[in-house]
Design a binder for this molecule. Structure first.
Ligand SMILES: *Cc1c(COP(=O)(O)O)cnc(C)c1O
Length: 418
């Protein structure tokens, strides 16, 4: 079997919450002013209470509202595909098998709508009429614009200025779905911007208006929770394909949401290796320090316990914009710190080499972020080919690169630097 499609009825009915299953508890987020643990009231200006509860929930499973499933049904369940043509190109024996979960089939072309939809839903239910957010490469702003359109609420997107200037078609995608887009930092037209400045702009906007809340596309516990539909479906699909558990689960890591979404449902299967892949130009997990740091540049967000390069770190402008964040999800950080998850970093040319091989064998053109997972999957496969072991590899094809052709042009014509 090379492709496993689940029927619509098999969309998971509950999200997998890793929090109560952790072998030791998470450190709490701290208030930026007092440095005391934040309580639900501190977060209420930004998020609806239902999401604040999910952020700290002790429930092992959290029901997905039917109104959310109705929208997820537009593209879920997503296919699980065996990369047989890539395997052949790598000369792999049948004991080494590569599977990928295809999240590129969503409206925005990435995993991001999996959380954008429930976030917009819970806000709309609470009477919120407008959401503010940040976007780097444009993926999250696009996904949230789509989700807000489903519930008839406004979406205000602050887009990292360099990206705003280089990728006007991303702005158009957001506008097609009804979003409004401004370059960040709004106050300084000469500043290139970063995810950190855009978060500061979006938070300041939401706090200033009664009718508005803020939405974050990664990092937070509830975001990773919503993404667990990916791993839950993949578990079922591997079983249908006749595979036992995968030996290694791989995903690129920017803030950690697509990685958490695929990997967390395998957390309790301690024989399954979990592997985060990051760019060597923004090496948070492999070179950062584990400490409390702000989520944004201006120091307005709660302090999170995470691997970080410092909240004022501005990474080089690599093509994988979604992987240019100074920190990581506290859940992912904890798993790495505790030794439950591994991390590896790659320079971008090595990732595009893998992306090109994938394009020419499997026919799919990966997002620059997704190329990182493909690189690691190929290297895991080649290591197993060499060592003689049996290995089932599962990676997240977290997004397509149909709007990233300028990056491929750089790579193909020798202009890409690491
Ligand atoms: C946003 C994005 C990422 C990085 O975010 P995570 O929260 O780490 O998943 C990776 N890949 C794609 C396609 C994205 O859009």
């Amino acid at each position: 079997m090379t492709r496993v499609n689940l029927p619509e009825t098999e969309i998971p009915s509950a999200w997998y919450n890793v929090l109560p299953r952790l072998t030791s508890p998470m450190d709490p987020p701290l208030h930026p002013g007092t440095r005391e643990p934040v309580g639900p009231d501190d977060l209420a200006p930004l998020f609806p209470m239902s999401l604040i509860e999910q952020e700290m929930s002790p429930q092992p499973w959290i029901d997905i509202p039917g109104e959310v499933v109705d929208i997820l049904r537009l593209w879920r369940p997503t296919p699980l595909v065996r990369a047989t043509r890539l395997e052949a190109a790598l000369g792999l024996p049948d004991r080494v098998r590569i599977w990928f979960k295809d999240e590129s089939v969503s409206p925005a072309g990435s995993h991001k709508p999996n959380t954008a939809v429930p976030q917009a839903y819970y806000n709309a239910k609470d009477g919120i009429r407008r959401l503010t957010t940040e976007t780097g490469a444009g993926q999250w702003g696009t996904a949230l614009s789509f989700a807000c359109a489903q519930y008839d609420i406004e979406c205000m997107v602050y887009m990292v200025r360099t990206s705003f200037e280089k990728k006007p078609y991303r702005k158009t995608m957001m506008e097609v779905w009804g979003g409004q887009v401004l370059p960040s930092p709004v106050a300084d037209p000469n500043h290139p911007g970063s995810l950190g400045t855009a978060i500061s702009d979006a938070v300041a906007d939401a706090v200033a208006r009664e009718d508005s809340h803020y939405a974050l596309g990664s990092v937070l516990n509830h975001v990773l929770l919503h993404q667990t539909v990916i791993g839950l479906e993949a578990r079922d699909q591997l079983k249908i394909a006749g595979e036992k558990l995968p030996d290694v689960v791989i995903a690129p890591c920017g803030g950690g949401s697509n990685l958490g979404g695929l990997a967390l449902p395998f957390y309790e299967d301690t024989e399954v290796r979990l592997l985060a892949v990051e760019p060597s130009s923004c090496p948070t997990l492999t070179q950062g320090r584990f400490e409390y740091d702000f989520g944004d540049t201006a120091g307005m967000t709660p302090l999170l316990p995470m691997y970080t390069l410092g909240h004022d770190f501005i990474p080089p402008t690599i093509h994988a914009g979604g992987l240019r964040y100074h920190g990581d999800a506290p859940i992912v950080s904890k798993l790495v710190k505790d030794g439950r998850m591994e991390a590896v970093a790659y320079p971008q040319t090595a990732c595009f080499e893998a992306a090109l091989l994938f394009s020419r064998t499997e026919g799919k053109v990966p997002a620059p972020e997704a190329s990182h997972g493909i690189r690691a999957a190929i290297d895991e496969a080649l290591a197993a080919k060499e060592s003689g072991e049996e290995k089932v590899i599962l990676f997240n094809y977290c997004g397509h690169g149909h709007l990233d052709l300028a990056a491929y042009d750089d790579y193909l014509h020798g202009r890409m630097v690491d």
